[in-house]
Write a protein that binds this ligand. Structure first.
Ligand code: UTP
Length: 296
């Protein structure tokens, strides 16, 4: 029996400099895709996958995320007085149950690896999921659910969700080498963080923001000196862990939108809006007016 994945870590302490001035006073994780903040989309994906403990690694200016996952007393009493029970129920369904959410602070944005390491006491000695909330996955079933299925089928270990990108974009991402494919799953043979040339990249499969990791990753992060950009990267720690534990890859069924990037964020809004039966007809008509043509 593999150990179940019950805890998810959400690093939300980054500065979001690519989205200034929007992110000057507001966390980028609260930017909405249609009407859900990106952090809510990641939490919903984790809940659907069976996660019971939601760990947020936050920083200064991020306390609104904690408020978002709490009861909004004044709002609810006004909605109640106006008889809008459906909205009250919808808000409640997006919340972790009492006691299921934990918050810790990174204090200094020293990189993703460091943010994950800050969650070590809250995670404990259990395998866990790591979700980068600004990578919004458009998938059904959700990306993490698909990954947990692979984790169970392949007997545990570590799992990375990957996505194919055009070769001229590989230098922006962490890239994996793949072998022994079984359906959409494979064994990870190597990883390179932001390869400088296409020749340095083992494939055009990029790590797309969802991980299942064994708790041994914390000790590997601890050994680490700052890498690319002076930040403590998670990829360097995973490369060391790969020497003693299996890493599986999953080319998951769905599309990733990098909502930390403006074009990715706008694209996610279009894709999610077109998926909403209540919005799609009006939105299509608006797009037709803007573009001067029908969209397929
Ligand atoms: P990014 O590199 O996309 O976030 O990190 P960023 O640094 O906020 O973005 P830019 O480049 O300045 O616009 C991916 C995820 O890791 C978190 C971010 O909040 C984001 O969810 N992160 C990053 C941390 O929690 N701490 C860090 O030190 C860095």
């Amino acid at each position: 029996m593999v150990r179940p994945i019950k805890t998810a870590v959400f690093p939300v302490a980054g500065l979001g400099t690519r989205f200034l001035p929007a992110t000057k006073a507001m966390p980028k994780e609260m930017l909405p895709v249609v009407d859900r903040p990106v952090i809510q989309i990641a939490v919903d994906e984790a809940r659907e996958a069976g996660i019971e403990h939601f760990v947020f690694v936050t920083g200064r200016n991020k306390s609104v995320i904690e408020d978002h996952f709490d009861t909004a007393f004044e709002l609810e009493s006004v909605l109640k007085a106006r008889g809008r029970q459906a909205e009250i129920d919808r808000l409640a369904s997006g919340l972790p149950k009492p006691g299921q959410a934990s918050f810790t602070r990174q204090r200094e944005p020293l990189g993703l690896g460091h943010a994950v390491w800050c969650a070590r006491q809250l995670v404990g000695d259990e395998p866990f999921a790591l979700l980068l909330p600004d990578m919004v996955m458009h998938a059904s079933p959700g990306c993490l659910r698909q990954m947990i299925d692979v984790y169970e089928a392949r007997g545990g270990g570590n799992v990375l969700a990957v996505e194919e990108v055009p070769w001229d974009q590989v230098s922006r991402y962490g890239v994996v080498g793949a072998a022994e494919w079984q359906g959409n799953a494979f064994s990870v043979t190597g990883m390179v963080e932001k390869p400088r040339t296409q020749e340095e990249a083992p494939s055009n499969l990029i790590i797309s923001g969802r991980y299942i990791l064994q708790p041994d990753i914390f000790a590997e992060i601890e050994k680490q000196a700052p890498g690319a950009g002076g930040e403590i990267q998670i990829t360097d720690a995973m490369i060391r862990l790969m020497a003693r534990q299996p890493f599986h890859g999953l080319k998951y069924n769905g599309t990733t939108y990098d909502c930390g990037d403006k074009v990715g964020f706008l694209s996610a809004n279009v894709a999610f809006a077109l998926d909403r039966p209540d919005l799609a007809p009006g939105f299509r008509a608006a797009l037709r007016r803007i573009l001067g043509t029908d969209i397929p």
